[in-house]
Design a protein around this ligand. Structure first.
Ligand code: T4K
Length: 392
């Protein structure tokens, strides 16, 4: 009999931070009596993010959704944008909300990231941009996307909401010469309560973003374009700076927890751990498995694992089910254009992927307990030698 946990263990629970450091920063905000409008902490945060990522320009924002919208406007996107169907639907809604036509492509079944051949087949003459997503904090094929964008003569941007701290062939995401956004939402590796940032190396784009995220004001307070209010206030900036102070420890802890999951689950039949591919390193802020239930030796379903954990007060998430092509308004707009057959991997992952609790709010012993429960649930559904189908 496996004993459960008292307090519910969940995905996405924020890590405790150094409150003394945060309180020092909050005191400084009130001493300065400056609360927003590109204040000292917001500007310090932008500088630190450039130092960490290697990006030339950074603008912090009130959230990542608005960051995506300001970047899309600054890039002058029109017509159609293509995004992977297997992502948090916030990616698609960000573009739909500003009047762009969102189309979907499939993903890789291996890591859930955008599939370049499905993307290539989805590009039309109306496509103005393609959007990569670093899913579960594991970078997508950034350099493959750059090549495809050049080949197809379309613009490229990356939704790196989940990926701060990840690397692509040794380069931090955000510093790969592609315009990207990150999220600092409460559930992300670095939290600003709510927050985001736009990263780019393009000076012209940087000028436009500067104006468009702040009512069209340029650095001399002249109104040079239309614009919205996407600014991050000082309290959020102070929170994110306090997280950044511990980024090294956070990444090490995430790696430690991931390695426990990896060593404990590698021999459990029917369970596959999602890992970053081909020289890319994830920030391991998400740990997701694929329950490949119907194998010659295993007959375990995702729901078996999810329910066994829930009975012990441990709550997982079926991120990112269903695929966006099945969600409103997209499944209403072009029902003929988006047959499920076009998204076999999205559909398969939507049926089988499960995100497990990890991060600073989850202890090593809780992760071992989670693995015990998964092992026992999987063994309960292990095919007995008699029922192993004879593969002709
Ligand atoms: N692009 C991508 C690829 C994204 O993943 C996201 C956001 C965006 C764009 C948009 O970024 P932002 O505009 O949000 O910056 C959560 C987050 O709200 C959302 O930001 C995030 N992706 C998404 C993947 O996860 P929900 O609907 O799952 O949130 P909720 O309330 O169910 O919470 C998730 C888990 O976190 C639960 O187990 C509870 C726990 N939690 C949550 C909060 C807010 C806590 O323990 N404490 C908390 O304060 O969307």
């Amino acid at each position: 009999m496996i004993d459960g946990v008292g307090e519910p263990v969940v995905v996405g629970k924020p890590r405790q931070i150094n409150r003394t450091k945060l309180n020092h920063r909050l005191d400084a905000i009130f001493e300065r009596n400056w609360f927003s409008n590109r204040g000292p902490f917001a500007q310090e945060l932008e500088q630190r993010i450039c130092e960490i990522t290697g990006a030339k320009y950074c603008y912090v924002t009130c959230n990542a959704t608005t960051a995506l919208q300001v970047l899309a406007k600054a890039m002058g996107l029109s017509g159609e944008v293509i995004v992977p169907s297997f992502t948090f639907h916030g990616t698609a809604h960000a573009f739909d909300w500003i009047g762009l036509e969102v189309r979907f492509c499939d993903v890789s079944r291996v890591d859930g990231n955008i599939d370049l051949s499905s993307l290539r087949d989805s590009i039309t003459e109306k496509t103005s941009a393609i959007v990569g997503v670093h899913l579960w904090g594991n970078p997508c094929d950034t350099f493959g996307l750059v090549e495809l964008a050049n080949e197809a003569d379309v613009l490229l941007l990356i939704d790196g909401a989940q990926s701060f701290g990840a690397t692509v062939e040794g380069s931090p995401v955000g510093g790969c010469g592609v315009s990207e956004i990150v999220s600092f939402h409460a559930t992300k590796i670095v939290s600003a309560f709510e927050g985001g940032a736009i990263l780019t190396d393009n000076p012209e784009l940087s000028e436009k973003i500067h104006a468009m995220h702040n009512f069209g004001f340029d650095t001399d307070k002249n109104v040079v374009s239309s614009g919205t209010n996407a600014k991050m206030h000082e309290v959020s900036a102070a929170m994110a700076l306090t997280y950044l102070d511990d980024l090294g420890d956070i990444l090490t802890e995430n790696r430690g927890r991931f390695e426990i999951y990896k060593s404990r689950l590698k021999s459990v039949p029917g369970i596959r751990l999602i890992e970053a591919q081909h020289g890319r390193r994830g920030n391991l802020h998400y740990v997701s498995i694929v329950v490949e239930g119907n194998t010659p030796i295993a007959h375990v379903r995702r729901s078996d694992i999810k329910e066994a954990l829930a009975r012990q007060n441990i709550f997982t998430r079926t991120y990112f089910a269903p695929g966006c092509h099945k969600l409103r308004p997209y499944n209403q707009l072009h029902p003929d254009k988006i047959p499920s057959a076009r998204f076999p991997n999205t559909e398969a992952l939507a049926e089988s992927a499960l995100s497990l609790p990890t991060g600073g709010a989850v202890s090593d012993s809780q992760i071992h307990l989670i693995c015990d429960i998964i092992e026992s649930a999987a063994s309960k559904h292990r095919r007995s030698s008699r029922s192993i189908p004879i593969v002709p």
